[in-house]
Design a protein around this ligand. Structure first.
Ligand SMILES: [Zn+2]
Length: 461
């Protein structure tokens, strides 16, 4: 039986969660077929005749990583298209070594019923450069649609517990509890934007009354206490209902401690951090401005939260890395913290930033980075039978990283539509140079290539 498509990736160093080794990879028809000690793969011509195409990719001097799964992006599609759409956002993703993104439901209109889940997945089939999964919205109006959204292909669900972009209404106490009971029965997971609405509103009233307009207004309006209160609220219901929970963009040592407390009580709570919250400090806001305004906010470096989150990432208490890619056009980002919209781009720059500033700084091993960007999100979102590791039988989703490649981040080097990166001017070393999705090269030398072959992810239930 001859394969229709055969690829060899030779000479590279495979990095998995167990370690790194010089290995060669054979890809057949979009799947990882054989992974063997360097130089030991049998002859290229399979028994029974030559395949229709053979491609050899020389990975000498490069690391071979599983394709990244970025579990938290906002591609603003459907929307007005000025900030991003699924085509532009997934082009940025593959440029950053990402082969799967999970899109958040606060689009316009929101992903709040089965038809909208299906429409977003079909749009991905048509225009995406990487694969795309969908989270369905949880609020008091969607309770009777959760099961249908799951059947339509939602990977999970999301609730916004505090006010943020899109003005999604936080669920009531009874709504949250009912939703978590349903999601537990479905065997799925609820992602939560963990900021308590009441505490954010109270702090906002206080800061507004002071007449302040300095850049630190934003973090002071959305205190750490609001994150802890929201985690405690959802943690208690998680214990009661058995619903699995995922805390997105965790920002504080206190929030991580709260998660650990609920884990000790038996709750299944995973969490993620973004490059923004571990590499930036609120002290930088005067220099960087509204580009780094986001919800929840970047905390003051002096408070030590970023250090605590990185320690959690290194020892596994922080489950994964996600970008919270949340583009806005320049018109949304005046340098007035009372007017600027919240959210920053990041899907394209997350890997290189973590490679240089975190792995390169000796804070995290490359193996642990691989776990936090592929195996962990695949497990948490139920995708492990398809992706998330370099294992024969899985989809051939991988990224080649050149550890010596120098980079400088600038708006003009990015591939999304709105490009106001908070990391403008940052430089470093180590970057993705080739991204492969299901056996097809979708990025080479930093540039997305070929037709968009991404698909909507529809888990079989
Ligand atoms: Zn987000």
């Amino acid at each position: 039986m001859s394969a229709t498509q055969q690829i060899r990736i030779q000479g590279g160093t495979l990095v998995t969660i167990e370690g790194r080794r010089a290995m060669d990879i054979e890809v057949l028809d979009g799947r990882l077929a054989t992974i063997a000690e360097a130089g030991t793969l049998p002859g290229i011509r399979p028994p029974g005749g030559a395949p229709a195409s053979v491609e050899v990719i020389d990975a000498t001097g490069l690391y071979v990583l599983p394709g990244l799964i970025d579990g938290h992006v906002h591609l603003r599609d459907p929307g007005d298209g000025t900030a991003e759409d699924i085509g532009s956002g997934t082009a940025a993703a593959v440029a950053g070594g990402v082969t799967t993104v999970l899109d958040m439901p606060n689009t316009d209109p929101p992903t709040d019923d089965a038809a909208r889940v299906d429409a977003k997945l079909r749009r991905a089939d048509a225009v995406a450069h990487c694969d795309l999964g969908v989270l369905g919205l949880v609020d008091d109006r969607t309770l009777d649609r959760l099961e249908a959204m799951a059947e339509a292909g939602a990977v999970g669900f999301k609730a916004f517990l505090g006010p943020t972009t899109g003005g999604m209404a936080p669920p009531s106490e009874s709504g949250l509890r009912a939703a978590m009971t349903i999601i537990a029965r479905l065997g799925m997971r609820l992602a939560v934007h963990a900021e308590d609405a009441t505490l954010v509103e109270a702090a906002t009233t206080e800061v507004r009354a002071s007449g302040r307009t300095d850049p630190l207004v934003h973090p002071d309006r959305r205190p750490v206490a609001a994150e802890v209160a929201a985690i405690d609220r959802v943690g208690a219901v998680a214990v009661d209902t058995g619903c699995a929970v995922h805390v997105v963009h965790l920002t504080s040592a206190d929030g991580l401690a709260a998660i650990e407390r609920w884990r000790a009580r038996g709750a299944d709570i995973t969490c993620e951090v973004s490059a923004n919250h571990v590499l930036l400090g609120a002290e930088d806001m005067a220099a960087i401005g509204s580009r780094m305004q986001m919800n929840p906010p970047v905390r003051r470096r002096a408070e030590g939260h970023a250090t605590a989150l990185l320690e959690g990432l290194a020892d596994g208490r922080v489950t994964m890395i996600a970008s919270d890619h949340a583009p806005h056009p320049a018109s949304h980002k005046p340098d007035d913290p009372w007017v600027a919209h919240s959210g920053a781009v990041g899907v394209e720059t997350s890997l290189q930033l973590f490679l240089d500033r975190v792995v390169g700084a000796g804070i995290l091993t490359l193996e642990r980075l691989v776990k936090a960007t592929s195996a962990a999100p695949a497990r948490v979102w139920g995708l492990s039978t398809r992706m998330g590791a370099l294992t024969p039988g899985l989809e051939a989703n991988l990224v080649l990283v050149d550890p010596a490649r120098p980079w400088t981040i600038d708006d003009d080097t990015l591939h999304g539509r709105a490009r106001l990166t908070p990391f403008r001017g940052w430089s470093g070393q180590g970057a993705p140079v080739l991204t492969m999705l299901r056996g097809r090269v979708v990025m080479r030398d930093g540039e997305p290539v070929g037709e968009p072959i991404g698909r909507g992810i529809r888990p079989s239930r």
